[in-house]
Design a protein around this ligand. Structure first.
Ligand SMILES: Cc1cc2nc3c(=O)[nH]c(=O)nc-3n(C[C@H](O)[C@H](O)[C@H](O)COP(=O)(O)OP(=O)(O)OC[C@H]3O[C@@H](n4cnc5c(N)ncnc54)[C@H](O)[C@@H]3O)c2cc1C
Length: 397
């Protein structure tokens, strides 16, 4: 908390000039600190009458031995466990082995106990199941309050969340409530000196940052889908199932889901990281209108529309669909790269796709080095032929 001592403040304005975030204004000769303040302390250093102070919470001495096990917050969507949950379990098992702890899963929802077996057979040691009708659809308020209570009760050492739309919403709320650190969107996790080493791209993907949270527990991270290997089957494993009672005041809920409406793939942006097939366009698509060709092919194949960063930067497609180092990591069954040259920053995001098909007019394009099938030609000619042929083929099947 930042405090201005009104008796000491002379309204000199030095703090206003020093603030890198423009958070301070002088009103009636008193410094007023607005909500842009990040508690960086630049104003405190500048104030030569000692009128500004920051009160920081002292980190209590925590008994770290109380915090045990590596937890995965599983995600269920459309009545199925999302693969990213199994990917996180794979990583959790690896991390838990290193620190001699156990990999556990937290399953939240309505009627979700039935999914326990899928985690048990992939090596979970314990599965915490929290069921309630209020947890049928994801809501920040209910999910975060239930998870916060469970974490406080069972004291996990590490908690991993999928960096999906829901996970990215949920984890910060839990972290803020419990006053914990959180590293978002990790692409790598390991253990260093007993601590969770969380790796994520920073500064637009120009550097990879290694982050630790030494002072608080649990250590928490969200992890991108399709980055980790799914937990392998562990024959004969029999996880202990712990049913956690959940109390939710249904009348007090601020938000209720009435209906879930799905739209067209491109308009509502089917998340590329969830798709089995992706048709991606790059700068070679030429202009925004030509992206219709990519969309048409994607619609025939029931695929997501992806893009290179060049296409995103040109404003042809939303950033949410970008594939690559500073976008999404994907590993679909089929990835069709159209007018994409195949720079390393793009390849790191899609090279684990099962089948890669490239369409490019340059036979020397690097994308052909990773492609299983390549078509050398102008995409404006090739894609319509392909779309038409596939449409007819699928109609006749
Ligand atoms: C820190 C950092 C992070 C980055 N992150 C990402 C990222 O996440 N994702 C990403 O994609 N990039 C990323 N980039 C950018 C990356 O380096 C490339 O600039 C980008 O991938 C190039 O996109 P492109 O292949 O669409 O365009 P280009 O490299 O310009 O390639 C266009 C291709 O289209 C072909 N072509 C042209 N016309 C046609 C036609 N009519 N028919 C068929 N083919 C045609 C050309 O032969 C060429 O191969 C990042 C860069 C940096 C520095």
């Amino acid at each position: 908390m930042i405090i201005v001592d009104k008796k000491k403040c002379t309204g000199c304005g030095l703090c206003e000039k020093a603030c890198p975030f423009g958070a301070i204004t002088i009103v009636e000769k008193i410094a007023v600190i607005g909500d842009k303040c990040t508690l960086c302390g630049a104003c405190v250093d500048q104030c030569n009458v000692g009128a500004i102070t920051i009160q920081r919470k002292k980190i209590e001495e925590i008994d770290f031995s109380k915090y045990q096990d590596v937890w995965v917050v599983a995600e269920i969507k459309d009545g199925k466990v999302r693969n990213v949950s199994f990917e996180l379990l794979g990583k959790a098992r690896e991390l838990a082995d290193i620190i001699y702890q156990r990999a556990c899963v937290l399953l939240l929802g309505d009627n979700v106990k039935r999914f326990s077996q899928e985690f048990s057979k992939r090596g979970a040691y314990k599965i915490y199941v929290a069921e309630h009708e209020a947890l049928r659809d994801y809501h920040t308020e209910t999910y975060s309050s239930v998870i916060t209570g469970i974490i406080s009760k069972y004291n996990p050492n590490i908690v991993l969340y999928p960096a999906t739309i829901n996970g990215r919403d949920l984890a910060p709320r839990v972290a803020a409530t419990l006053e914990l650190g959180l590293t978002a969107d990790c692409t790598g996790l390991s253990i260093r000196d007993g601590l969770l080493l969380q790796t994520r791209p920073a500064f637009g993907g120009n550097i990879m940052a290694d982050i630790i949270c030494p002072a608080t527990r649990p250590q928490m991270a969200t992890v991108r889908p399709n980055v980790m290997e799914m937990a392998p089957i562990q024959a004969g494993n029999n996880a202990e199932i712990i049913e956690v009672p959940v109390n939710v005041d249904l009348q007090g809920l601020k938000v209720k889901t009435k209906e879930v409406i799905r739209g067209n793939a491109f308009e509502c942006g089917i998340p590329v990281c969830e798709a089995d097939t992706i048709v991606s366009g790059g700068r070679g698509v030429g202009n925004k209108e030509n992206f219709k060709l990519i969309e048409d092919l994607a619609n025939v194949l029931n695929a997501a529309v992806g893009a290179s960063r060049a296409a995103v930067d040109l404003g042809w497609i939303p950033k949410s669909q970008q594939v690559g180092q500073s976008g999404n990591t994907v590993s679909p069954k089929i990835y069709i790269a159209c007018g994409i040259s195949g720079t390393i920053q793009h390849l790191v995001g899609m090279k684990s796709s099962d089948i890669i098909i490239a369409i490019n007019k340059d036979p020397e394009a690097a994308i052909f080095n990773v492609a299983n099938y390549g078509i050398v030609g102008d995409l404006c000619e090739v894609i319509p032929i392909l779309t038409k042929a596939l449409k007819e083929k699928l109609k006749n099947d």
